[in-house]
Design a protein around this ligand. Structure first.
Ligand code: PEP
Ligand code: MG
Length: 592
């Protein structure tokens, strides 16, 4: 049994599907002169198989998901067949008498340093794609082949170092019921994707790829962060029983999607969805969300072969608005950098031309947008145009800005939006009026929240980032991400102050971090006065159920007692007991 971080609740038992990274296992022994030709042929065969894989994937994803999602594999095919890339690998095999795997590893390193030096952002961000392609070829080269993964019987538990964005696209069509990663934390984007799909996941299980082969039976307990490899039959059947309960609960809960979200004493709460794609907008509707409280627009850029044009973005945003419940959507402008190093844009070290030592404290989010006003303005124009399609419901489309730290930054984005509006008017292009919001993620902005309230239409608390910055603990670093505790007394104090200030000033306030979907956190936030929550769609039914058993009086009593504890552990334990007493069935869906 291995212990990691619980990042997406629920229980799963399935067949291991390992995604090996070549970084962990380059086969380095030199080969003899007589083996060089055979090694080159082996490499060519692996390339041919990779090409077949990518063609097949392209077709499959295009027909089952959509052409846009499939386009990433066209980009990968172009890299695979790039003559310079081939020449580099073959040259290294011959000149160094290297195995093909080691040559690939070398070429990847070469590309990494080359890309770090280039000033061309587009090229620089292709590194993630090159890495993907190299991993694929490498998978066909391994002399210790995994069982043919395509022959394995699902449902699958995916085991990877980290879940790369393209893995998620690739896996979209397989029956994935669990995810285990060596890296990552509770609010890493792999975790968010898992939660969005209601898939139990455990992160930060170091070395698991060395212990598990594809085909093994794996138990994932996303409530406790436990992973079991080939468990004994008793353990396996106990977990299979829990898994059945989990599936049953999910199916049963989704049936409440038409019911209003109200507490037992009639207090309404707004349950919104966090979405990353058009498909998620549909899921939000199915799960009973009353709107979209966070659309992470960067995912559009991820699944696109190059920077989407203004028209392409307009079309995408229009579709999202049309598909979202009540056509209510809060779009967030590009939030790249940190853990999101996405093709075409993404983060770049400003110092020494290398990688940033502390990317979460670095050149990310709005900071990056300010330095690339051309991308930012294109996005703002596309949003304003999409908002114009719903003139009678203008209040429905809102735009917010991630990682705002200072008042000047907020003023600056307002000016930029106004400029875009004016320009569109001059061009005779219809532009909607959108509400402009602050995404509260930085402690400095939380401390001075009152001064922001005069110049923002609404506030959305991004607790994933706010918690990591308050606790000074990288949310993706498994060694410290246990400190990223949304129920830490310090975090609760800050949240209650921010919510109080917003309410006093009459500014709408939402919380869109992952804690919004946690039953324990929900009780606390509700007692603080929060009435708008945005979460992974998978959690909406259970929060609605919990709310229907809760009264404001009871929540306030729980809150007052919880705030007397000094440690997170005490708070969690106390809240777990309270949630159990209020509505025991939602416990299976809590991992905070
Ligand atoms: C957050 O920080 O809470 C948030 C919702 O944004 P993201 O998780 O995309 O950084
Ligand atoms: Mg954030």
């Amino acid at each position: 049994m291995r212990k990691g971080l619980p990042v997406s609740p629920g229980v799963a038992v399935g067949t291991a599907y390992c995604i090996h990274e070549i970084f962990w296992n380059p086969r380095g022994k030199p080969i003899s002169e007589s083996e060089v030709d055979a090694e080159q042929e082996r490499y060519e065969r692996a390339v041919a198989k990779t090409s077949d894989d990518l063609e097949a994937l392209h077709e499959k994803v295009a027909s089952q998901v959509g052409q846009k999602e499939a386009d990433i594999f066209r980009v990968h095919l172009a890299i695979l067949h790039d003559p310079t890339f081939h020449a580099k690998v073959r040259d290294w095999i011959v000149s160094q008498r290297s195995t093909a795997s080691a040559a690939l590893h070398h070429v990847l390193n070469d590309f990494s340093s080359l890309f770090a030096r280039t000033k061309d952002e587009y090229l620089k961000q292709r590194l993630a794609d090159v890495r993907d392609v190299i991993e694929r070829i490498s998978g066909h080269l391994t002399s210790d082949p995994q069982p043919d993964q395509d022959q394995l019987q699902g449902p699958f538990v995916v085991i990877a170092d980290e879940l790369l964005p393209s893995h998620v696209v690739t896996l979209g069509n397989r029956e994935v019921i669990g995810i285990v990663t060596q890296a990552g934390g509770q609010t890493s984007h792999a975790a968010i994707l898992a939660r969005g799909r209601g898939i139990p996941a455990v992160a930060g299980v170091r070395g698991i790829l060395k212990q598990v082969s594809s085909g093994a039976t794996i138990v994932v307990d996303g409530r406790e962060g436990l992973v079991m490899v080939n468990p004994d039959s008793e353990t396996e059947s106990a977990y299979r029983k829990l898994q059945r309960e989990f599936f049953h609960l999910k199916d049963h809960l989704a049936e409440n999607h038409d019911q209003p979200a109200v507490t037992a004493d009639g207090e309404s709460v707004e349950l919104l969805a966090n979405i990353n794609s058009l498909g998620d907008a549909q899921t939000a509707t199915n799960m009973g969300a009353s709107g979209v409280g966070l659309y992470r627009t960067e995912y559009l850029f991820l699944t696109h072969p190059d920077v989407p044009s203004e028209d392409e973005q307009y079309e995408a945003y229009r579709q999202i608005i049309d598909a979202s419940p009540g056509n209510r959507v809060t779009l967030r402008t590009l939030d790249l950098g940190g853990d999101k190093t996405i093709p075409y844009l993404g983060h770049r070290a400003r110092s020494q031309g290398g990688f940033e030592a502390n990317p979460f404290l670095g050149w990310r989010s709005i900071r990056l947008s300010f330095e690339h006003p051309e991308f930012f303005m294109t996005q703002v124009r596309a949003v304003l145009r999409a908002a114009a399609r719903h003139p009678r419901e203008q209040k429905n489309v809102r735009l917010m800005f991630p990682m705002i730290t200072t008042l000047e930054e907020m003023r600056r984005v307002r000016i930029m939006v106004r400029r875009a509006q004016k320009k569109l008017k001059e061009e005779g292009v219809p532009a909607g009026r959108v509400q402009l919001g602050l995404m509260l993620e930085v402690p400095a902005a939380a401390v001075s929240i009152e001064s922001f309230l005069d110049i923002v239409d609404f506030v959305s608390i991004g607790s994933n980032d706010l918690v990591q910055y308050l606790m000074a603990a990288d949310r993706d670093n498994p060694k410290v991400s246990h400190l990223c505790q949304p129920l830490a007394p310090a975090v609760l104090k800050v949240l209650s102050e921010v919510i109080r200030s917003c309410r006093q000033a009459g500014r709408p306030v939402t919380l869109c971090g992952e804690m919004a979907g946690s039953p324990k956190a929900f009780v606390m936030l509700f007692a603080m006065g929060l009435r708008s929550f945005s979460m992974s769609p998978a959690f909406i039914p259970s929060i609605k159920l919990l709310a229907s058993h809760l009264t404001l009086h009871r929540a306030r009593m729980i809150y007052r007692r919880a705030m007397r504890f000094d440690t997170t552990r005490q708070v969690r334990r106390f809240l777990a007991k309270q949630v159990h007493d209020i509505c025991p069935s939602v416990e299976l869906l809590d991992s905070v």
